[in-house]
Design a protein around this ligand. Structure first.
Ligand code: HEC
Ligand code: HEC
Length: 299
């Protein structure tokens, strides 16, 4: 506050209190029984009601005086008069800092029980999993769903199908460093005859109705264009985040249309990195929660 405002506020506050004192003194000078100013002398209504200058009830007067004394005491003790800090040294900032320190201390002692434990150990600890699930709700549920059941483009974290690996280490890396999947688009490289055969091959694998030349075409195309990432048998490769194409689980859907979309236009799923946003322990707890989900652990 500038000096100008400080002085203005101080003067206005003190004038207000002074006005209250003046009001008390002024009213105390009125004679009891005197007819009130502006009231008509003989005006009586409802039988016996008249407007007179009668004194305030005692208790009311005393409360009034007490509140004036209290106000002055308060302004001496606490900040209220412009920039004057008050004799007690209380301030909102100080109170805020003290509360914050208190909360941080509680937080630290809460986290202490998890300190130094591995992700696998934490996954076996119900308290850690339960806290992990709270972190999950805040950080992850928006994409992976409230029950970690996933959605199109967002993997289910409850089943035992993993794109990037499902052991403690892999899950931890996924959360800390994030993952960027790159499925290239084959819009320009595959011709109109090849694509339908390839789609059928990839969707039905062993039971595809493909025979003879079309089967050979599909197999050949797969080996040339897809095997490097999805593996010779389409079983996927966690190092590249290339999903298994023959387990019946689809990240983007297994319909003919969805698979065509994946092949022709590519897919670029991105799992954001949390390593900078969260503490190392929070990431351990999240990894433990996800691992616990998969091992049939608790919520
Ligand atoms: C450079 C590596 C790479 C190549 C080559 C590649 N893919 Fe992929 N593919 C991926 C990755 C990575 C994903 C996962 C994309 C994502 O998660 O966003 C993927 C996803 C897919 C999907 C969607 C899977 C699902 O679960 O929904 C299909 C279908 C697919 N690929 C088929 C193919 C076919 C067919 C070919 C060959 C024509 C091919 N891919 C070539 C890396 C590759
Ligand atoms: C902005 C959306 C988004 C948020 C937020 C997000 N994820 Fe993901 N996550 C994804 C996507 C998309 C993928 C799949 C990447 C790909 O296509 O391969 C993924 C993949 C994963 C995987 C790998 C699954 C597998 O099958 O290998 C794990 C584990 C995972 N996320 C956990 C988490 C956790 C834990 C959090 C919260 C800290 C989180 N995610 C927050 C979008 C998100």
């Amino acid at each position: 506050m500038s000096t100008f405002w400080s002085v203005t506020v101080t003067v206005v506050v003190l004038l207000n209190i002074l006005a209250c004192v003046w009001l008390l003194i002024w009213t105390s000078k009125k004679q009891p029984g005197e007819v009130a100013e502006g009231a008509e002398k003989d005006h009586v209504w409802d039988g016996d009601l008249r407007e007179l200058n009668n004194p305030l009830p005692r208790w009311w007067l005393h409360t009034f005086i007490l509140s004036i004394v209290f106000a002055l005491g308060y302004l001496v003790a606490y900040p209220g008069l412009g920039n004057f800090p008050g004799l007690l040294g209380w301030s909102q900032h100080k109170q805020h800092d003290e509360r914050l320190a208190e909360v941080q201390e509680q937080r630290q002692s809460f986290y202490a029980q998890f300190e130094g434990k591995s992700v696998t150990e934490l996954a076996g600890d119900p308290a850690a999993r339960s806290f992990g699930s709270e972190l999950y709700s805040i950080q992850c549920a928006g994409c992976h769903g409230v029950n970690a059941q996933g959605a199109v483009g967002f993997p289910n974290l409850r089943d035992d199908v993993w794109i990037w690996g499902g052991d403690a280490q892999a899950i931890h890396t996924t959360i800390a460093k994030g993952r960027q999947a790159v499925m290239p688009q084959f819009y320009a490289t595959l011709d109109q005859e090849t694509v339908p055969a390839l789609i059928e091959y990839v969707r039905n694998w062993d039971n595809a109705d493909l025979r003879g030349e079309r089967l050979a075409l599909a197999q050949q195309t797969f080996q040339r264009n897809c095997m490097a990432c999805h593996g010779p048998d389409g079983q996927g490769n966690p190092l590249m985040g290339a999903p298994n194409l023959r387990n019946g689980e689809w990240l983007y859907g297994g319909s003919e249309e969805a698979v065509r979309q994946s092949i022709l236009f590519g897919r670029n799923g991105n799992m954001p990195a949390f390593g900078n946003a969260l503490s190392a322990l929070d990431i351990d707890l999240l990894a433990a929660y996800v691992l616990g989900l998969n091992e049939g652990g608790a919520e």
